[in-house]
Design a protein. Structure first.
Lengths: 260, 215
């Protein structure tokens, strides 16, 4: 037990050090630095929201369209960045593998966590600004909103633990990683609510934890205006399977990794 | 004590499979000064990486019962885009040591002055070696793994290394991969000759050097 808690402390130190290093290398010490991380999702969500407003009117199914796009797009940016940065993540950080206490899983965990922080900031900041102009509702069910985010993040992390070692195994997969984002879009519940779809599609989409997560988030935000469809046990089950496969792959790939 | 038991290491690249180590067995005792000899490509660096846990053996086991540095060599261990100070901070954090002490030691040992505020990728190999040695000495390991680098340093650096490793820390273990027969003869009490994937350990360094010279 003592060695376990000691190991936990070491990993906590490593993760803290990696987070700081990542922030310093990626955003530097000058400029608005860390704040850049939320600029991109906000800009895009804003622009798409404006275009949609002109095309479809300011409301859709009782929800403000800008708020609808923002709540879909910010988690999607998080997913895209996390997947994209998983490719070759072991090799990119390999100089740090000289220190035995640094594990490859730490790299993935840190990248995803930083993306989480950025998109959370974008979500809150965007929500406050839009809310000021009356375009964003006050969350009607905070618990559902957070649970939805939790499911979404857990699944993205699990997929990253699979993508990262696979990208190391084959160059083909490394090149295919950016495509996974686009493949994920129809299964991510970003641009539509499941309740707008026919029954058979709805059942199929329940296998995607992203859809369950997104539906819960939107329900937590918009409340009874939307009819959410989600399946928490299925979402957690799929994510957990994915995570187990990913961790096994990480372990195997680490054993054969050539550190330059 | 560090034990290497029946270590095999294969590298695979595409369809080419190269086996570098074919059953390497030995033990590093506390206070051992082991010289690692072998021709280019014999697997000296590979063996040092395996002892340090940077790479894993294809089969066999490395058991570490004392703390062991990362391999101090021409590369690895640093983030090139970060400054010397940032790297020191990173290493202080992951080895759970107070940064202040590490920084003071690094400043005196490396004598790099303002260069420590520059990204490590702008350093020469001698400067990198100074930084790596300073950090690993500040952390205080029981066993140091050194891959070639003592030779890249200038006279001043070599003197410092001699003082720090062979005088102040004579109670620590050391594995030193080197082509310099002088250094090995002067400082090591045991030697390993790596040849064709096999390691032979000699208690008599003179004998090992003779065999190495004949390869």
């Amino acid at each position: 037990m003592a060695s376990f808690s000691n190991g936990l402390r070491v990993q906590a130190n490593v993760i803290k050090a990696l987070m700081i290093r990542e922030l310093v290398t990626r955003f530097g010490r000058e400029n608005i630095g860390f704040l850049w991380i939320m600029a991109e999702p906000l800009l895009f969500a804003g622009l798409v929201g404006i275009v949609w407003t002109y095309m479809k009117g300011p409301e859709s199914h009782g929800m403000d369209i800008v708020a609808f796009v923002a709540t879909g797009y910010i988690p999607l940016t998080f997913l895209r960045h996390s997947f994209g940065k998983s490719a070759s993540i072991f090799l990119a950080n390999s100089a740090l593998l000289y220190h035995r206490q640094v594990k490859v899983q730490d790299f993935i965990f840190v990248r995803v966590t930083i993306e989480v922080i950025g998109s959370m900031m974008a979500y809150i900041f965007g929500g406050l600004v839009l809310g000021y102009f009356g375009m964003f509702p006050i969350p009607s069910d905070m618990g559902a909103l957070l649970a939805g985010w939790g499911i979404y993040i857990f699944f993205v992390f699990a997929v990253c633990t699979v993508l990262a070692p696979l990208s190391e195994l084959s160059e083909v997969i490394e090149k295919l990683v950016p495509i996974t984002t686009y493949v994920a879009i129809p299964f991510s519940g970003v641009f539509s609510m499941t309740s707008w779809l026919p029954q058979n599609m709805r059942d199929g989409l329940m296998w995607s934890p992203l859809v369950s997560g997104m539906e819960l988030m939107r329900y937590g935000l918009f409340g009874s205006v939307v009819t959410p469809y989600y399946d928490v046990p299925k979402a957690l089950g799929v994510s957990l399977c994915c995570l187990v496969v990913g961790l096994i792959l990480c372990r195997r790939v680490r054993r054969m990794l050539i550190v330059p | 004590m560090i034990q290497c038991r029946d270590i095999y290491k294969n590298y695979r690249s595409g369809h080419v499979n190269k086996s570098v180590l074919k059953g390497v067995d030995f033990t590093i005792n506390p206070c051992d000064r082991i010289g690692l000899l072998g021709r280019n490509g014999a697997g000296k660096s590979t063996l040092i990486r395996l002892i340090g846990g940077v790479e894993m053996p294809t089969s066999g086991k490395v058991t570490r019962k004392m703390s062991c540095s990362w391999p101090l060599g021409f590369n690895g261990g640093f983030q090139g885009s970060l400054t010397g100070y940032d790297n020191a901070r990173f290493i202080a954090r992951i080895y759970d040591k107070p940064y202040r002490e590490i920084r003071d030691y690094v400043e005196t040992f490396t004598e790099l002055g303002n260069q420590l505020r520059m990204p490590v990728k702008t350093y020469s190999s001698g400067m990198r070696a100074r930084l790596a040695f300073a950090l690993s000495l500040a952390i205080e390991f029981d066993c140091y793994l050194i891959d070639e680098v003592i030779m890249v340093g200038d006279q001043n650096f070599q003197n410092k290394c001699r003082e720090e490793f062979f005088e102040k820390r004579h109670d620590r273990a050391l594995v030193l991969a080197s082509h310099s027969t002088e250094i090995v003869a002067q400082y090591c009490n045991r030697a390993i000759v790596l040849h064709e994937g096999k390691a032979t350990i000699y208690e008599d360094v003179g004998e090992a050097l003779a065999i190495y010279g004949a390869l």
